[in-house]
Write a protein that binds this ligand. Sequence first.
Ligand code: PBG
Length: 320
Amino acid sequence: MNIPVRLRRLRRTAGIRRLMEETSFEPRNLVQPYFVVPGQGILKEVKAGYGLWHVSADRLVEEVAALSSAGVGGVMLFGVPDEKSDDPKRLPHQLAPLTEGIQRVKDKLPGLPIFADVCLCSFSTHGHCGVVEGDEIVNDKSVELLSQFAVLLGKAGVDFVSPSDMMDGRVAAMREALDGQGLDQVGILSYAVKMASAFYGPFRDAAHSAPSFGDRASYQQPPNNRREAIRELKLDEAEGADALLIKPAMTNLDLIRDAREVSDLPLFAYQVSGEYAMIRAAGDAGLMDFERAIRESITSIRRAGADVVISYFARPMLRR
Ligand code: PBG
Protein backbone atom coordinates (compact mmCIF):
# COMPACT_ATOMS: atom_id res chain seq x y z
CA MET A 1 0.00 0.00 0.00
CA ASN A 2 1.15 3.51 -0.68
CA ILE A 3 1.03 5.19 2.72
CA PRO A 4 3.70 7.88 2.62
CA VAL A 5 3.40 9.05 6.21
CA ARG A 6 3.59 6.21 8.72
CA LEU A 7 3.56 7.53 12.28
CA ARG A 8 4.05 4.03 13.60
CA ARG A 9 7.71 4.25 12.50
CA LEU A 10 8.16 6.61 15.47
CA ARG A 11 6.55 4.12 17.85
CA ARG A 12 8.20 0.92 16.64
CA THR A 13 10.65 0.21 19.45
CA ALA A 14 10.92 1.19 23.08
CA GLY A 15 14.19 2.99 22.33
CA ILE A 16 12.64 5.10 19.57
CA ARG A 17 9.63 5.92 21.72
CA ARG A 18 11.87 6.94 24.59
CA LEU A 19 13.95 9.17 22.35
CA MET A 20 10.94 10.87 20.81
CA GLU A 21 9.02 11.41 24.05
CA GLU A 22 7.82 15.02 24.33
CA THR A 23 6.49 15.16 27.88
CA SER A 24 7.40 13.33 31.04
CA PHE A 25 7.60 14.01 34.74
CA GLU A 26 10.29 13.49 37.27
CA PRO A 27 10.17 13.61 41.07
CA ARG A 28 11.29 17.26 40.95
CA ASN A 29 8.08 18.19 39.11
CA LEU A 30 5.89 16.95 41.98
CA VAL A 31 4.84 18.55 45.27
CA GLN A 32 3.35 16.39 48.05
CA PRO A 33 0.63 17.81 50.34
CA TYR A 34 0.54 17.10 54.10
CA PHE A 35 -1.96 18.01 56.81
CA VAL A 36 -0.09 19.16 59.90
CA VAL A 37 -2.02 18.35 63.09
CA PRO A 38 -1.38 19.15 66.78
CA GLY A 39 0.14 16.49 69.01
CA GLN A 40 3.12 14.20 68.85
CA GLY A 41 4.07 11.02 67.10
CA ILE A 42 1.23 11.22 64.59
CA LEU A 43 1.61 9.94 61.04
CA LYS A 44 -1.67 8.55 59.81
CA GLU A 45 -3.32 8.21 56.46
CA VAL A 46 -6.88 9.48 56.77
CA LYS A 47 -8.17 6.57 54.69
CA ALA A 48 -5.75 3.82 53.71
CA GLY A 49 -4.48 4.27 50.18
CA TYR A 50 -6.19 7.59 49.49
CA GLY A 51 -3.11 9.73 49.94
CA LEU A 52 -4.16 12.29 52.60
CA TRP A 53 -1.72 12.23 55.51
CA HIS A 54 -2.16 13.71 58.98
CA VAL A 55 1.24 14.31 60.51
CA SER A 56 2.40 16.05 63.68
CA ALA A 57 5.26 18.56 63.49
CA ASP A 58 7.74 16.19 65.17
CA ARG A 59 7.23 13.45 62.59
CA LEU A 60 7.02 15.75 59.62
CA VAL A 61 10.79 16.05 59.32
CA GLU A 62 11.57 12.33 58.94
CA GLU A 63 8.58 11.97 56.62
CA VAL A 64 9.62 14.84 54.36
CA ALA A 65 13.31 13.86 54.52
CA ALA A 66 12.51 10.53 52.86
CA LEU A 67 10.69 12.27 50.00
CA SER A 68 13.40 14.88 49.72
CA SER A 69 16.14 12.30 49.31
CA ALA A 70 13.99 10.61 46.66
CA GLY A 71 14.00 13.92 44.78
CA VAL A 72 10.55 15.43 45.42
CA GLY A 73 10.19 19.02 44.21
CA GLY A 74 8.66 20.37 47.41
CA VAL A 75 5.91 19.98 49.98
CA MET A 76 2.61 21.81 50.45
CA LEU A 77 1.55 22.06 54.09
CA PHE A 78 -1.94 22.62 55.46
CA GLY A 79 -2.66 23.41 59.10
CA VAL A 80 -5.45 21.51 60.84
CA PRO A 81 -5.98 23.01 64.34
CA ASP A 82 -7.71 21.20 67.20
CA GLU A 83 -9.62 24.34 68.13
CA LYS A 84 -11.91 26.22 65.75
CA SER A 85 -12.19 29.94 66.41
CA ASP A 86 -13.28 33.14 64.71
CA ASP A 87 -11.12 35.27 67.00
CA PRO A 88 -8.07 36.50 65.06
CA LYS A 89 -6.09 36.58 68.30
CA ARG A 90 -6.27 32.76 68.40
CA LEU A 91 -4.66 32.43 65.00
CA PRO A 92 -1.01 32.23 66.13
CA HIS A 93 -1.99 29.45 68.56
CA GLN A 94 -4.06 27.66 65.93
CA LEU A 95 -1.17 27.89 63.50
CA ALA A 96 1.45 26.71 66.00
CA PRO A 97 1.69 23.08 64.77
CA LEU A 98 2.06 24.31 61.18
CA THR A 99 4.62 27.00 61.98
CA GLU A 100 6.56 24.53 64.13
CA GLY A 101 6.47 22.02 61.29
CA ILE A 102 7.76 24.63 58.85
CA GLN A 103 10.58 25.61 61.22
CA ARG A 104 11.63 22.01 61.81
CA VAL A 105 11.68 21.12 58.13
CA LYS A 106 13.56 24.32 57.22
CA ASP A 107 16.07 23.57 59.93
CA LYS A 108 16.83 20.01 58.80
CA LEU A 109 16.24 20.38 55.06
CA PRO A 110 17.02 23.99 54.24
CA GLY A 111 17.12 23.34 50.51
CA LEU A 112 13.66 21.82 50.12
CA PRO A 113 10.98 24.29 48.92
CA ILE A 114 8.11 24.55 51.41
CA PHE A 115 4.71 25.88 50.43
CA ALA A 116 1.91 26.50 52.93
CA ASP A 117 -1.76 27.10 52.32
CA VAL A 118 -3.34 30.36 53.45
CA CYS A 119 -7.06 30.02 54.06
CA LEU A 120 -9.45 30.26 57.01
CA CYS A 121 -11.72 27.29 56.27
CA SER A 122 -9.92 24.82 58.58
CA PHE A 123 -9.58 27.38 61.36
CA SER A 124 -12.99 29.04 61.59
CA THR A 125 -16.15 27.77 63.30
CA HIS A 126 -18.13 28.22 60.07
CA GLY A 127 -15.71 26.51 57.66
CA HIS A 128 -15.70 29.35 55.15
CA CYS A 129 -12.49 30.61 53.60
CA GLY A 130 -12.94 34.22 54.78
CA VAL A 131 -14.45 36.28 57.60
CA VAL A 132 -18.20 35.77 58.01
CA GLU A 133 -20.68 38.46 59.08
CA GLY A 134 -24.28 37.28 59.15
CA ASP A 135 -24.39 34.99 56.17
CA GLU A 136 -21.91 37.00 54.13
CA ILE A 137 -18.26 36.22 53.48
CA VAL A 138 -16.84 39.74 53.70
CA ASN A 139 -13.96 40.41 51.37
CA ASP A 140 -11.80 43.16 52.76
CA LYS A 141 -11.71 42.04 56.39
CA SER A 142 -10.84 38.57 55.12
CA VAL A 143 -7.94 39.99 53.13
CA GLU A 144 -6.59 41.73 56.23
CA LEU A 145 -6.73 38.58 58.33
CA LEU A 146 -5.33 36.37 55.58
CA SER A 147 -2.42 38.79 55.20
CA GLN A 148 -1.63 38.38 58.92
CA PHE A 149 -1.86 34.61 58.40
CA ALA A 150 0.66 34.86 55.54
CA VAL A 151 3.05 36.91 57.68
CA LEU A 152 2.96 34.28 60.45
CA LEU A 153 3.91 31.60 57.91
CA GLY A 154 6.56 33.85 56.39
CA LYS A 155 8.13 34.43 59.80
CA ALA A 156 8.22 30.67 60.35
CA GLY A 157 10.39 30.33 57.25
CA VAL A 158 8.04 29.16 54.53
CA ASP A 159 9.36 29.67 50.99
CA PHE A 160 5.97 30.36 49.41
CA VAL A 161 2.60 31.21 50.90
CA SER A 162 -0.26 29.80 48.86
CA PRO A 163 -3.51 31.72 49.26
CA SER A 164 -6.45 29.47 48.37
CA ASP A 165 -9.24 31.61 49.84
CA MET A 166 -10.23 33.36 46.55
CA MET A 167 -10.92 36.79 48.06
CA ASP A 168 -10.38 39.76 45.76
CA GLY A 169 -7.14 41.67 46.16
CA ARG A 170 -5.43 39.25 48.49
CA VAL A 171 -2.27 38.76 46.46
CA ALA A 172 -1.43 42.48 46.43
CA ALA A 173 -2.35 42.81 50.12
CA MET A 174 -0.20 39.82 51.11
CA ARG A 175 2.74 41.13 49.10
CA GLU A 176 2.50 44.44 50.90
CA ALA A 177 2.11 42.81 54.32
CA LEU A 178 5.07 40.49 53.77
CA ASP A 179 7.28 43.28 52.45
CA GLY A 180 6.26 45.47 55.38
CA GLN A 181 7.69 42.84 57.73
CA GLY A 182 10.94 42.50 55.82
CA LEU A 183 9.75 39.23 54.30
CA ASP A 184 10.44 40.23 50.72
CA GLN A 185 12.04 36.86 50.02
CA VAL A 186 8.82 34.96 50.78
CA GLY A 187 7.07 34.17 47.50
CA ILE A 188 3.38 33.95 46.67
CA LEU A 189 2.04 30.93 44.82
CA SER A 190 -1.46 32.12 44.16
CA TYR A 191 -4.42 29.84 43.59
CA ALA A 192 -5.37 31.92 40.57
CA VAL A 193 -7.99 29.59 39.15
CA LYS A 194 -9.83 27.68 41.83
CA MET A 195 -13.17 26.29 40.83
CA ALA A 196 -16.12 25.77 43.17
CA SER A 197 -15.63 22.05 42.70
CA ALA A 198 -17.10 18.77 43.86
CA PHE A 199 -13.61 17.29 43.72
CA TYR A 200 -12.48 18.64 47.11
CA GLY A 201 -14.60 16.18 49.11
CA PRO A 202 -11.87 13.97 50.62
CA PHE A 203 -9.76 17.05 51.47
CA ARG A 204 -12.56 18.59 53.52
CA ASP A 205 -12.70 15.43 55.62
CA ALA A 206 -8.95 15.56 56.19
CA ALA A 207 -8.84 19.30 56.87
CA HIS A 208 -12.14 19.42 58.82
CA SER A 209 -13.06 22.35 56.60
CA ALA A 210 -16.52 21.75 55.13
CA PRO A 211 -18.66 24.93 55.33
CA SER A 212 -21.29 24.73 58.07
CA PHE A 213 -23.80 26.69 55.97
CA GLY A 214 -24.11 27.49 52.27
CA ASP A 215 -21.30 26.79 49.84
CA ARG A 216 -18.22 28.46 48.37
CA ALA A 217 -19.86 29.67 45.16
CA SER A 218 -19.66 33.38 46.07
CA TYR A 219 -15.85 33.29 46.15
CA GLN A 220 -14.61 30.24 44.22
CA GLN A 221 -15.02 30.36 40.45
CA PRO A 222 -17.81 28.78 38.42
CA PRO A 223 -16.37 25.88 36.38
CA ASN A 224 -18.46 27.15 33.48
CA ASN A 225 -16.39 30.28 32.79
CA ARG A 226 -13.21 30.36 30.74
CA ARG A 227 -12.86 34.12 30.20
CA GLU A 228 -13.37 34.76 33.90
CA ALA A 229 -10.61 32.26 34.68
CA ILE A 230 -8.23 34.07 32.34
CA ARG A 231 -9.04 37.38 34.08
CA GLU A 232 -8.16 35.77 37.43
CA LEU A 233 -4.84 34.56 36.06
CA LYS A 234 -3.90 37.97 34.66
CA LEU A 235 -5.04 39.79 37.77
CA ASP A 236 -2.99 37.62 40.14
CA GLU A 237 0.08 38.12 37.97
CA ALA A 238 -0.53 41.90 37.96
CA GLU A 239 -0.93 41.87 41.77
CA GLY A 240 2.53 40.38 42.14
CA ALA A 241 2.10 36.60 42.34
CA ASP A 242 5.38 34.74 41.77
CA ALA A 243 3.70 31.63 40.43
CA LEU A 244 0.16 30.65 39.47
CA LEU A 245 -1.89 27.62 40.41
CA ILE A 246 -4.91 26.04 38.77
CA LYS A 247 -7.20 23.49 40.38
CA PRO A 248 -8.65 20.98 39.98
CA ALA A 249 -6.24 19.86 37.26
CA MET A 250 -7.95 17.20 35.16
CA THR A 251 -11.19 19.13 34.70
CA ASN A 252 -9.27 22.28 33.72
CA LEU A 253 -6.65 21.10 31.24
CA ASP A 254 -7.84 23.75 28.76
CA LEU A 255 -7.26 26.48 31.33
CA ILE A 256 -3.79 25.14 32.13
CA ARG A 257 -3.04 25.57 28.43
CA ASP A 258 -4.59 29.06 28.46
CA ALA A 259 -2.50 30.00 31.48
CA ARG A 260 0.65 28.76 29.78
CA GLU A 261 -0.16 31.07 26.88
CA VAL A 262 -1.24 34.21 28.74
CA SER A 263 1.48 34.18 31.40
CA ASP A 264 5.19 33.44 31.65
CA LEU A 265 5.05 32.73 35.38
CA PRO A 266 5.80 29.23 36.66
CA LEU A 267 2.58 27.28 36.48
CA PHE A 268 1.34 24.83 39.09
CA ALA A 269 -1.65 22.50 38.77
CA TYR A 270 -3.20 20.78 41.77
CA GLN A 271 -4.45 17.26 41.18
CA VAL A 272 -6.90 17.50 44.06
CA SER A 273 -8.08 14.93 46.57
CA GLY A 274 -11.17 13.92 44.60
CA GLU A 275 -9.21 13.39 41.40
CA TYR A 276 -6.76 11.14 43.20
CA ALA A 277 -9.56 9.33 45.04
CA MET A 278 -11.48 8.75 41.82
CA ILE A 279 -8.54 7.02 40.18
CA ARG A 280 -7.67 5.15 43.33
CA ALA A 281 -11.25 3.91 43.80
CA ALA A 282 -11.40 2.77 40.19
CA GLY A 283 -8.15 0.89 40.73
CA ASP A 284 -9.45 -0.66 43.97
CA ALA A 285 -12.60 -1.74 42.12
CA GLY A 286 -10.47 -3.52 39.54
CA LEU A 287 -11.72 -1.22 36.78
CA MET A 288 -8.29 0.08 35.76
CA ASP A 289 -4.65 -0.08 36.64
CA PHE A 290 -4.15 2.59 39.31
CA GLU A 291 -0.47 3.20 38.71
CA ARG A 292 -0.77 3.53 34.93
CA ALA A 293 -3.86 5.71 35.21
CA ILE A 294 -2.34 8.11 37.74
CA ARG A 295 0.87 8.42 35.72
CA GLU A 296 -1.12 9.09 32.57
CA SER A 297 -3.14 11.78 34.35
CA ILE A 298 -0.01 13.56 35.62
CA THR A 299 1.61 13.35 32.19
CA SER A 300 -1.50 14.92 30.66
CA ILE A 301 -1.46 17.76 33.20
CA ARG A 302 2.19 18.42 32.31
CA ARG A 303 1.42 18.21 28.58
CA ALA A 304 -1.35 20.80 29.05
CA GLY A 305 1.37 23.16 30.26
CA ALA A 306 1.89 22.76 34.01
CA ASP A 307 5.47 22.95 35.25
CA VAL A 308 4.68 21.53 38.67
CA VAL A 309 1.94 19.11 39.69
CA ILE A 310 0.80 19.06 43.31
CA SER A 311 -0.32 15.48 43.72
CA TYR A 312 -0.97 12.96 46.46
CA PHE A 313 0.85 10.51 44.20
CA ALA A 314 4.29 11.95 44.99
CA ARG A 315 4.55 10.00 48.22
CA PRO A 316 3.47 6.58 46.93
CA MET A 317 5.68 7.09 43.88
CA LEU A 318 8.76 7.96 45.90
CA ARG A 319 8.35 5.73 48.97
CA ARG A 320 8.19 2.09 48.09
C1 PBG B 1 -8.76 25.39 51.22
C2 PBG B 1 -8.37 24.39 50.19
C3 PBG B 1 -9.12 23.36 49.62
C4 PBG B 1 -8.24 22.63 48.82
C5 PBG B 1 -7.00 23.27 48.88
N1 PBG B 1 -7.10 24.37 49.71
C6 PBG B 1 -10.53 22.93 49.83
C7 PBG B 1 -11.67 23.82 49.60
O1 PBG B 1 -11.57 24.89 48.97
O2 PBG B 1 -12.74 23.45 50.09
C8 PBG B 1 -8.58 21.37 48.07
C9 PBG B 1 -7.44 20.43 47.83
C10 PBG B 1 -7.84 19.02 47.57
O3 PBG B 1 -9.04 18.68 47.42
O4 PBG B 1 -6.93 18.19 47.49
N2 PBG B 1 -9.59 26.39 50.83
